[in-house]
Design a protein around this ligand. Structure first.
Ligand code: RFL
Ligand code: PHB
Length: 391
């Protein structure tokens, strides 16, 4: 006999957990199915910057107590170009700030909240498959501890990331896909050393992009643009620190504190959107529907705005049979998604080295950097997008 729930949620990353928490608070039953173990999910080091809109949603979900205590409010960021450094005063330009609080911690808080409310989150669910999505009675099947299981539901939320099965369950030819793959990756390093600067520094250097980020006042997160042909074993910590120092203005490099890495990884950079974000009873949320390169710090925040539209739409459909939010779900999300795609693509294009693009493109990029560093108008546009467009 199959179990029953109102909304089956595939994936227990931030989108899946936040959606299940918000639906639960609205009185709607959910079951979350996650392929990986809890420890595996918590071991992934990813985003670090939350928009005010996401912080508001986490508060609404009742999971912001630690975030409000430990999150670091940042009123500005620095943009660097070789030896030049320009502060972008987010607060003065937009009235808003961002909060530095790791995705891992958001996920940990969400897991604790789901547990405290007795939410069903099934980890290590193998071979998850979506069936009859185009009927009014979809079904999800999976294998748990070697036993086949089934779940009947009214709706399915595909929150299973870029490589998940939700998007892949939509018949071929239904989705329109848009993609750009960048010719480099980000090599990330996490260390228990104090951040080199109190605010994030995005650096365009002739040797390649570098980002100085952080998780707390004692934990730093740094990234270097690297070639996709490179391997982690080619980047011992000493080489990473030396290369980072070379890409920073000398006065910043002089105060860089180095130490052993506690995590190191290489991530490819990609822009991707699949349209529409709903097919019959399946709603795609977050990375399952779109990917942005991390240069604008938008991926996790877009997942949150999708969840905002999804929870409202699903609550209205489940509680009162009102389908308006379901009907407009894809268009509502995509309007914001494409603006974040544009911003992330622009930040990536502006701040990385594109050696194959030739001298004309390099001159245009230099002109745009010079323009940005001297133009309050362009700085305001950057700030408005960085703190997050409204939803
Ligand atoms: P996730 O986090 O990938 O979670 C999807 C979950 O689904 C599970 N899953 C399955 N479960 C069941 N069955 C299957 N067949 C399944 N297949 C997959 C997975 O195990 C996983 O647990 O997607 P979600 O929830 O949509 O969240 C999206 C964010 O994780 C992502 O957009 C951000 O991390 C992107 N990102 C950043 N976003 C920001 O907003 N600000 C940042 O500063 C930022 N920095 C980053 C980033 C991503 C990075 N990487 C590694 C790509 C920095 C980096 C380096
Ligand atoms: C991070 O801290 O991991 C981070 C911060 C800002 C970005 C991307 C990643 O744009």
């Amino acid at each position: 006999m199959a179990e029953r729930t109102q909304v089956a949620i595939i994936g227990a990353g931030p989108s899946g957990l936040l959606l299940s928490q918000l639906l639960d608070l609205a009185g709607i039953d959910t079951v979350v199915l996650e392929r990986r173990s809890r420890d595996y999910v918590l071991g992934r080091v990813r985003a670090g910057v939350l928009e005010e809109g996401m912080v508001r949603l986490l508060r609404e979900a009742g999971v912001a107590e630690r975030l409000d205590r430990e999150g670091l409010v940042h009123d500005g960021i620095e943009i660097g170009w070789n030896d030049r450094l320009q502060r972008i005063d987010l607060k003065a330009l937009t009235g808003a700030s961002v909060v530095v609080y790791g995705q891992t911690e958001v996920t940990r808080d969400l897991m604790a909240a789901r547990e405290a409310r007795g939410g069903r989150v099934i980890h290590e669910a193998q071979d998850v498959a979506l069936r009859d999505i185009d009927s009014t009675r979809p079904r999800v099947t999976w294998v748990e501890d070697g036993h086949p299981r089934a779940l009947d539901c009214d709706w399915i939320a595909g929150c299973d990331g870029f490589h998940g099965i939700s998007r892949a369950s939509i018949p071929e030819g239904t989705l329109r896909e848009y993609e750009r793959v960048y010719p480099f990756g980000w090599l990330g390093l996490l260390s228990d050393t104090p951040p080199v600067s109190s605010e994030l520094i995005y650096m365009h250097h002739d040797r390649g992009f570098a980002l100085c980020s952080q998780r707390s006042t004692t934990r730093s997160r740094y990234y270097l643009q690297c070639s996709l042909a490179e391997h982690l074993y080619e980047w011992p910590d000493e080489r990473f620190w030396a290369e980072l120092a070379r890409r920073l203005p000398p006065q910043i490099a002089a105060r860089l504190e180095t130490g052993p890495s506690i995590e190191k990884s290489i991530a490819p950079l990609r822009s991707y959107v699949a349209e529409p974000m709903r097919w019959h009873r399946l709603l795609l949320c977050g990375d399952a529907a779109h990917i942005v390169p991390p240069t604008g710090a938008k991926g996790l925040n877009l997942a949150a705005s999708d969840v905002f539209y999804a929870h409202r739409a699903l609550a209205a459909a489940c509680l009162g049979g009102d389908m308006a939010g379901i009907e407009s779900y894809s268009a509502d999300c995509l309007r914001r998604v494409w603006k974040a795609e544009r911003f992330s693509w622009w930040m990536t294009s502006l701040l990385h080295s594109f050696p194959d693009d030739g001298p004309f493109a390099a001159k245009i990029q230099a002109a745009e950097l010079d323009y940005l560093l001297g133009s309050p108008a362009l700085q305001e546009s950057l700030a408005e997008n960085y703190v997050g467009l409204p939803y």
